[in-house]
Design a protein around this ligand. Structure first.
Ligand SMILES: *Cc1c(COP(=O)(O)O)cnc(C)c1O
Length: 393
């Protein structure tokens, strides 16, 4: 049994492409070409050259000595926080902008919630001199002013989504509407392992550079490619998919997925999608999502803007359903405490998303000889105001 995608675009029973007829030509063009393009030596060469010299890869695998001592186990941090633009999202947008160019597209659209994916997209569009339109909910534009300014400075047009709850799902709807209206010249850069097939697979393959590097780095440091545990936070699931990718079918390696419990699983203010979600279709993919009894999407909540997505990628829905991964839900308070702890034990201020992953050490005991690799998905600069307000700094 494999936990990777099958020929039909499914992970177990999850995935597929549930899209309106008018979107079919766009998605089908991508589906027919993405693997072929990614396999071209010239594509791989350009992708890896940019990852090296522009993004700053390979990101270090850092042995966190003081954190390890505190929890009496061996903890390595995969430093995606050190990437250009401060998180893993750039790995995907670099890949997709090269894909768009090879498909002959000269216009890029994207959706963004907190603005992190919008910034990563605006960055690669500036790099390539390609027009960039980012859809963002009106509420999110007001909440995330610094990222809106970054996108504008990078030359992108930020278009407010004025419908519904005026947040991420509404921005996504606007982006899809745009794509339907501009099928020939436009590529839609989706920001996580979500959306219709082939997006979850394509994004996972771009992020897979993370686990490729972990294998080499661990071999060098520990004499084995295999950690005992991998830990990553899950919003849509892209940094986690990258962390797990080359280990998915290696069951010697335990996988831990961390979701945002918000104010608590049963509080009604949560984003723990796998636990609270039911099967349904969101953004073109069959997966687990938080919904009402009528099947309407419910608004998630987390202190971390990057984790409050109402669905989860189909790879992760399958990892949950099959039990291949252990899912742990972390509250706002637990995450904030873990973020402060890493800052003071290691001198690294993590993104609040990554702080959720770090809080696992208070939840689960590891053996002293266990090798635990945690993906530090991003740096905390963007979250400073949140930390200031929370800790009254
Ligand atoms: C966006 C983001 C996430 C969540 O997205 P995934 O697709 O689940 O990885 C996690 N960490 C950081 C730093 C982010 O910016």
């Amino acid at each position: 049994m494999s936990y990777n995608i099958d020929e039909r675009g499914y992970y177990g029973e999850f995935g597929g492409a549930f899209i309106p007829e008018m979107l079919y030509p766009n998605v089908e063009e991508l589906r027919q070409n993405y693997l072929k393009i990614m396999a071209e030596p010239s594509f791989q060469e350009e992708f890896h050259a940019l990852l090296k010299d522009y993004v700053g890869r390979p990101s270090p695998l850092y042995f966190a000595e003081r954190l390890s001592k505190k929890y009496n186990t061996k903890i390595y941090l995969k430093r995606e926080d050190l990437n250009h633009t401060g998180a893993h999202k750039i790995n995907n947008t670099i890949g997709q902008i090269l894909m768009a160019k090879r498909l002959g597209k000269n216009r890029i659209i994207a959706e963004t919630g907190a603005g992190q994916h919008g910034v990563a997209t605006a960055t690669v569009c500036a790099l390539m001199g390609i027009e960039c339109i980012v859809y963002m909910g009106e509420i999110d534009i007001a909440r995330q002013a610094p990222n809106v300014a970054r996108m504008k400075m990078l030359g992108a047009t930020v278009v407010p989504a004025l419908s519904g709850s005026r947040t991420l799902k509404d921005a996504t709807n606007e982006a899809i509407r745009d794509w339907i209206n501009n099928p020939v010249d436009t590529h839609y850069i989706i920001g996580s392992v979500v959306g219709p097939h082939p997006y979850p697979d394509m994004v996972a393959k771009f992020q897979a550079v993370v686990s490729e590097e972990i294998k080499n780095q661990l071999l060098e440091k520990e004499g084995t490619e295999n950690p005992d545990y991998l830990i990553a936070c899950v919003g849509g699931g892209s940094n986690a998919a990258g962390t797990y990718y080359h280990y998915l079918d290696n069951e010697d390696v335990n996988i831990i997925a961390v979701e945002a419990a918000g104010l608590g699983i049963d509080s009604g203010e949560s984003a723990a999608t796998s636990v609270l979600g039911k099967e349904g279709i969101i953004h073109g993919s069959k997966t687990l999502l938080m919904q009402t009894n009528d099947g309407q999407i419910t608004e998630p909540y987390s202190i971390s803007a990057g984790l409050d997505y109402p669905g989860v990628g189909p790879m992760h829905a399958n990892l949950y359903k099959t039990g291949r991964a252990e899912f742990i839900a972390i509250t706002d308070d637990e995450a904030m405490t873990a973020g402060l702890e890493l800052s003071q034990l290691e001198g690294i201020i993590p993104a609040i998303e990554s702080s959720h992953a770090l809080a696992v050490f208070e939840h689960k005991k590891f053996k002293p000889e266990d090798i635990v690799v945690l993906n530090l998905s991003g740096r905390g600069d963007k979250d400073l105001q949140n930390y200031i307000d929370y800790f009254k700094l």
